[in-house]
Design a protein around this ligand. Sequence first.
Ligand code: SF4
Length: 694
Amino acid sequence: VIEAGQPEHSVVTTCAYCGVGCSFKAEMRGTEVVRMMPYKDGGANHGHSCVKGRFAWGYATHKDRITKPMIRAKITDPWQEVSWEVAINHAASEFKRIQKQYGRGSIGGITSSRCTNEETYLVQKMVRAAFGNNNVDTCARVCHSPTGYGLGTTLGTSAGTQTFDSVMEADVILVMGANPTDAHPVFGSRMKKRIRQGARLIVIDPRRIDLVKDAHVEADYHLALKPGTNVAIVNALAHVIATEGLINEAYVKERCEPEDFALWRAFVSEPRNSPEATESLTGVPAADVRAAARLYATGGNAAIYYGLGVTEHSQGSTTVIGIANLAMATGNIGRMGVGVNPLRGQNNVQGACDMGSFPHEFSGYRHVSNDAVRESFEALWGVKLESEPGLRIPNMLDAAMDGSFKGIYIQGEDIAQSDPDIKHVTGGLEAMECVVVQDLFLNETANFAHVFLPGTTFLEKDGTFTNAERRINLVRKATPPVPGYADWEVTMLLSNALGYKMDYKHPSEIMDEIAAMTPTFKNVSFKKIEEMGSVQWPCNDASPDGTPIMHIGKFVRGKGRFVLTEYVPTDEKSTAKFPLLLTTGRILSQYNVGAQTRRTENVAWHDEDILEIHPHDAEQRGIHDGDIVSVISRAGETALAALISERMQPGVVYTTFHHFGSGVNVVTTDFSDWATNCPEYKVTAVEVRATNRP
Ligand code: SF4
């Protein structure tokens, strides 16, 4: 007899929040989740979890959930509930009308890093095969697209080099632009454990994050640079390594392109890149930079972990390249304890990128202009495919404003909340004639939608997520899909209504197609993941059981490629009108724009975004703790409660982006990474004014 309130059975699945990818047992009573228990055999978490994951089911039954499809003629009209058939046929006929009227390239789609690999693969397939263009992009555009570019260019693959467990063999840990104890808590705890065992720690961050000093750990060096100077500090570190004889010459000679290395060595050795020459620019004492560089190069196994504080800049890709250069120069890639590790934010942002969600790439990062690859997809899918890259998200919005882009299908992504320069986003959406949003809740983007298709939570479907260490975990259905269909089924319905037939009976069949078409996934199947618990790609004939550590012996691209990293200041500068620099980040209890965590018990720990401001800047403006302040940039204005904090350096303010109220992206600008258009969220010139004081 099972007592009331106690679980009857459990389903092992994967957390749908951050890129750590913890495994959980969803303990069930009928179709109701009783609690989530961390799963001891989880390959990423080994039985640990954080406060987000433990309450990760609350939003699935929240009253705000939309469970019926809805349509409306104009965005000012009230929503009208309709059947799935009516909603899907309406969306399909609108997309067909738009293409007839404005051309094949006038519509596109956005995939979601919260959905499964199989769902993401289907959306990009529908765009390429049914829409007949390459106008597909993903929310990775706004976070780790520079990782894809930077690591692909230097090492040959767009992913982190290590397994999470590798940190336990690191002697030196360099954390740059990441806050693992808040944003990737289970991995952050493992990192702290290693530091307590004696690993040395370098933190490069404008803000004094917990890792710099808390009750348990203390960094050897905190390089508190000014926002926007990442490339300058990476070049300064490289300068010390190159000019003090700290290069691992044998490693570089054996494994890297010699001409590119020679150019890089000469470039970073130039006096203008020295810590002394860049001190006033970065704000970091030259002696600290020199000491940190020596520690990184000579302290044993040295591992770099980085986050959005690296990528979300106008030179995000350049910094990623610079980090890879540092690791190659010191021989710190290709074994346990070392490597270059992007800490991916969302549960499946790695997978969304792997699955071909970019306008220029098929699954496995193969360019659409590659005839052999394209022809293989044409043969399987039975259609002619475009060889030219399609539009990225910001280009779709630009084209909408110009009148040439009129329709979009957005699955599980709230671009009117999460993307920068919101006025530009909403202007673009407003200019479109058919916006189809598929989501759990009526999000901000749905305000501009003509068709709303209810989405499903991770508890309601089968599939896979790929975490930040390339680990493919199973997501198992614990309850039936509340709206009747899982997201992958909805995409199939839409594709079929558009006239392009899809007929998968189960997500495992979609994974079989992914494996057949993607060399790095060749040996992946649901059966294999079931047997092994999880598997890290590449998983193919060369590595039939997966690859925890990449680039052993040689780089994926063959020889590692050093690329020059010239520092170019961002155009976003502090001025007399906007004298402070705003940067952003996450907090432990919340996840991204908070659409899920704000509808769980997590809200008890954090129910508003806060502006952290240094005491000096606060005093100058007459701001006191708790004051409601206006944060004003050239893009817009928002209101936040002030927290006076010495975590901040003078001249820099900070807030989270979990979007309580109007949200910080009202003030972030349209500047973006030169290579990938990843927005420059981390540098916005602002002024801050007290509003509730005379
Ligand atoms: Fe693990 Fe991240 Fe989920 Fe926390 S939010 S339980 S660290 S996957």
